[in-house]
Design a protein around this ligand. Structure first.
Ligand SMILES: Nc1nc2c(ncn2[C@@H]2O[C@H](COP(=O)(O)OP(=O)(O)O)[C@@H](O)[C@H]2O)c(=O)[nH]1
Ligand SMILES: [Mg+2]
Length: 422
């Protein structure tokens, strides 16, 4: 069933501030949300590190503030012209073995990293030794927000960035006094690096799918918001290839307008190579406050939410998985839905305008499955791989043609300058 279809959606995002049980947790969230909406935070506004209370560490930490203090320089010895050692630096380094920011928080519970001071000069050691650097190991995929607003992306093993330089050791230019080290408030933001992102409204069967195709053990239940933090799973193929899948929970109608918490997790989908839209083929009602939506309306709404979020979500390679086909014994519900999808955009006329996304997603494949009964999953796995490879090939060809065009241009340019010389 390979019906490529045009679907709608784009815009700005807002972040929801809710589901906070305590004041302190609220503050942490507010902080991380301020930072999310600003894209960076200023050192003046956030002069104190917000400490995550030890008894309330969230299961999934995707933003962490750290105070980084470079070591002070050691004192020089003016009498003998001795130099103090330089203070140590605080460095952050991406390491594959570190999987979460929670691990970083556990290692530095005070959210403070202080490098050691340079050694003072004395008459036996005229040149004081430099202070030791501190290397904070973080997961690959962390973005470092520096106080000047710049962002450093650590997406390769061993990539590093200096958070705070140490002070210079005392010497003749400093009157032999050691200089204080830098003190910076740094934001560490984790964006998961997964190949595939699962998007869908609550109860669609995302966690069930993730559990069925990987060894991940997400919580599954027949009520919305069972999964409250992103879950990662590895999907293995017979030839040994592994594709990682992230379940991004909680998208709901109006998420981009501050409802729910789903949009907060969408940033983890920004780096995925493919989005798998999981849609229940049965009508869906989040709660009595919301109207019941037909599967087609739910699909449009999902498209709309992703469009409003922006960041090119609707332009990503995507597959639509129509789930719970086991519940549709007569096949009527599925047939109706496919019919509506096939007749887009004409079928939009039957739907209220406020559900229309402004850009329709272009699905590479539309497939059916029953995540619960393991039905159709092999097909989906194969298609995911195929679509990812086709798009990777297209990207490569695009880049190649760009470089070729560039080198052709350079050759012409060289020829012309030669002619001018003659
Ligand atoms: N009949 C049926 N139920 C399913 C299927 N997939 C998921 N469910 C059920 O739908 C409910 C919500 O599933 P879950 O995976 O937690 O949804 P999520 O909120 O999208 O993660 C659970 O009760 C699942 O057992 C399916 O293919 N068929
Ligand atoms: Mg779930």
């Amino acid at each position: 069933m390979a019906t490529p279809m045009r679907f709608l959606v784009l815009g700005r995002c807002f972040h929801g501030l809710n589901h906070c049980q305590s004041h302190s947790f609220q503050r942490f969230k507010a902080l991380s949300l301020t930072f999310q909406s600003k894209g960076a935070f200023t050192s003046s506004a956030d002069s104190t590190v917000y400490r995550i209370p030890k008894n309330r560490i969230p299961a999934f930490v995707d933003f962490l503030q750290i105070r980084a203090c470079g070591g002070a320089g050691g004192q020089g010895l003016p009498k003998f012209g001795g130099f103090g050692g330089d203070g140590g630096k605080v460095i952050v380094m991406a390491k594959k073995k570190i999987k979460t920011l929670r691990q970083v928080l556990q290692k530095y519970p005070r959210q403070m990293c202080k490098a050691s001071t340079g050694q003072n000069s004395d008459k036996f050691h005229l040149l004081g030794e430099n202070g030791e650097d501190i290397i904070v190991q973080v997961p690959v995929g962390v973005l470092v927000h520096r106080p000047d607003g710049s962002i450093v992306d650590l997406n390769q093993e061993n990539e590093l960035c200096v958070l705070a330089h140490g002070g210079v050791g005392g010497n003749h230019t400093t009157n032999f006094l050691g200089v204080k080290g830098e003190e910076n408030l740094i934001g560490l933001e984790l964006k998961l690096l997964a190949d595939v992102g699962l998007v869908g409204f609550p109860n669609a069967g995302k966690s069930t799918f993730l559990k069925a195709i990987s060894r991940a053990k997400p919580k599954i239940a027949a009520y919305p918001f069972t999964t409250i933090s992103p879950q990662l799973g590895q999907m293995e193929y017979d030839d040994g290839r592994v594709i990682s899948v992230a379940d991004l929970p909680g998208l709901i109608e109006g998420a981009h307008q501050n409802y729910g918490m789903g949009i907060k997790f969408l940033r983890h989908a920004e780096r995925t190579k493919l989005l798998l839209y999981v849609l229940d083929i049965n009508p869906f009602q989040l709660s009595h406050k919301y109207p019941e939506r037909s599967p087609f309306e739910t699909l449009l709404l999902l498209n709309k939410e992703l469009d409003e979020y922006g960041h090119g979500m609707v332009d990503k390679p995507s597959i639509l998985a129509l789930n719970k086909i086991d519940t549709d014994e007569s096949g009527k519900s599925l047939a109706r839905l496919l019919d509506l999808i096939k007749n887009l955009p004409a079928s939009l006329d039957q739907i209220s305008e406020d559900l229309h996304p402004s850009h329709l997603v272009q699905f590479d494949e539309i497939l059916t499955m029953s995540a619960l009964n393991n039905d159709g999953l092999t097909d989906i796995k194969d298609k995911i791989r195929e679509v990812m490879d086709v798009h990777a090939e297209l990207r490569r060809a695009e880049e190649l043609s760009k470089t070729e065009a560039l080198s052709r241009f350079e050759n012409v340019h060289k020829e012309q300058s030669k002619r001018r010389l003659v």
